[in-house]
Design a protein around this ligand. Sequence first.
Ligand SMILES: [Zn+2]
Length: 367
Amino acid sequence: MGPPQADLRATAPSIIPTEPIGSIPRPADLIERIAIADSEDPDLVLLYEAAIRDTIERFEATGSPIVTDGEQRKYHNFATYCVHGLPNTAPDGFRIPFSDGHTRRMVRLTGGPFRYRRYADSYLDVALRYAHVPLKQAVISPSCLSLMYPSERIPDYSREQFIEDLLSEHETEIRRCLNKGAHKDQVDFTEGRLAVKIDPSGHLLNSFIDLNNLALSRFSPEERTRIGVHTCPGSDRDSTHRADVDYAELLPSLFELKAGSFYIALAGERDRRHALKIIHKYRKPDQRIFVGVIAPIDPRIETPEEVRDRVLEASEYIPIEQLGTTDDCGFSPFSDDTSTSRDTAFAKIRARVLGTKLAEKLIGGDS
Ligand SMILES: [Zn+2]
C-alpha cells in the first residue's frame, strides 16, 4: 500500500477541505454611505467594487483555498437580499428575536406573484473579476423565505402558488450560480434551530426540511455534490437567536436534506462532543460534514493549535473522508453589523486555514 498511497496524497489538493461561510464585515466607509444613501444609489457602485476587491485580496492572503466576496453587496442581509425593494412587500413581517434582546424582521408579502428582485449570481459576476481561487456563493433557503407569506391568505394568491413560485426562483438562483462556476452553492438554513424553538413538536422543522428537499430534488445527484446547507444558531451583533436549542432536536432531521455538504456551527457550542456524537450517529455516507472551528461572535482570535485540536476532536467522530472545516457562521450576516472588525475576521480565517493544515499533517501521517 506504500507508494500508490503516497502518490495519491501528493496529487490530492487537501485531505481536509476548508471553506468559509460567506460574510465579512463591510468597510466602515461603505456602511456609513449606505446609512445615508439608498442601497442601490449608483454612487455606491465604486464603493461596493472597492470593498469586494479588497475583501477577495485579503481573503486570498489568508491562504484560504476557497473564498467569497464577503457578501459585501448583499443588502441588507443574508436572508432578504433577493427580495429587497420588491413593491409587493411590507416591512412588518416575521420577527427574529436574538438573545441580547434585539430583533430583526423579515418583509411580508402583500400580493402575488412572488419573484426574486435579484439572484446571487450577480455577485459572482463581480467577484470572478478579482478572484484567483475558487469562489463559493451562499443563497437563502426556501424555508426562510416561506416566512414571508402571511398567516392569513393573500387574496388571489394561494400559499400553494407562492410555494411553487418560491421553489422555482430558488432553483433558478442555484442553477445560475452553478453555471457560473461557483465551487459550492451554500443554502443558508439558519432558521432550522429557530423552528425547533418556536414549535418544540418538530412539525415546523419537518415542514422546513420537506420544503427544502422539494427544492433539492430538482437537482441531479451530481449537482447536489456542489450544493451544501449551513446551520447555526444565528449570528448578529455578537448575539445568537437560538443557541439554547439542543442539536439533538435538529441534526437528525438536518441530515435528511439531500445535500452533499453540511456546514455546522460547532466551535461556539457549550458541549461539542455531545453535538459530534449526534453527527456521528445521523450523518449519511455521501455527506461531507464541515465542522465550525472558529466562533465569529467570540472577539478572541483562535490560535492555529486550538483549531488543530478541534479538528482532531471532530475526527474521532467523523471519518476523514467525510470531514471538513469552516467558520461557525458568517462574520457579518447583516450589512450594518460592526461588532467584528475586518482585521479580526481575516485573522480568524487565517487561524482556521493554518489549524486545519496542522491537523491534516497529523492525521495524514506527514512528519
Ligand atoms: Zn450562520
